[in-house]
Design a protein around this ligand. Structure first.
Ligand code: HEM
Length: 165
């Protein structure tokens, strides 16, 4: 057994669980639970989650990608462009790289600004949400759910590679 491969895969999967698991937990637990709360409270919780995520995932995701690149190339079978473009494994690995990068950019360029817009949206004088705040909150939640499409694609690639495809 090659212990370097074990360590790299251990860390890759752990950090992957953190990122993918966070998105799944938001979609299946946090957002449905928050939907029962008043909108102003939802913004408060959503803003706090966003702030924390912005500090963690810009470090975690590049690490997942670097470890995945190492696991597939120096520590894996992709040793030439022929293998990269000419085998099912190489193409699946490439798809994972592209989809992960796009999913990361989606988070940074689409979800983060949407959460910031939600935080800026005004409330009425007596503390009730304005139409703008309701729309901004709904939009932020929808965009987080759309991100799951990317994760399901990445997850499928990981399982396919496990079986050599
Ligand atoms: C959200 C992002 C990711 C998650 C959650 C994730 C998760 C996983 C998991 C759970 C495995 C273990 C699969 C198994 O042994 O059954 C794995 C393996 C692997 N991952 Fe990822 N991964 C992610 C992104 C990437 C990226 C971007 C790359 C590189 C382009 C990559 C490359 C690999 C490779 C090469 C393996 C080993 C496959 C094998 O030959 O068995 N991963 N990943």
């Amino acid at each position: 057994m090659d212990w370097l491969v074990v360590v790299v895969q251990w860390l890759h999967v752990l950090l992957g669980i953190l990122w993918f698991g966070n998105a799944l937990a938001l979609a299946v637990i946090v957002i449905p639970a928050m939907n029962r709360l008043p909108i102003v409270r939802q913004r408060e919780i959503g803003g706090a989650i966003g702030l924390r995520s912005n500090r963690i995932f810009p470090v975690v995701v590049p690490l997942i990608i670097l470890l995945g690149i190492a696991r597939g190339t120096v520590l894996g079978p992709i040793k030439s462009l022929d293998i990269l473009f000419g085998t099912a494994y190489g193409l699946t690995w490439l798809a994972a790289l592209v989809v992960t990068t796009l999913t990361f950019i989606w988070g940074l360029r689409v979800i983060v600004p949407a959460v910031e817009a939600m935080e800026r949206a005004p409330v009425n004088a007596h503390g009730t949400p304005t139409a703008a705040l309701i729309a901004a909150t709904d939009r932020a939640k929808r965009l987080v759910l759309v991100e799951l499409i990317g994760f399901l694609g990445i997850y499928t690639c990981m399982i396919l590679m496990r079986f050599g495809l």
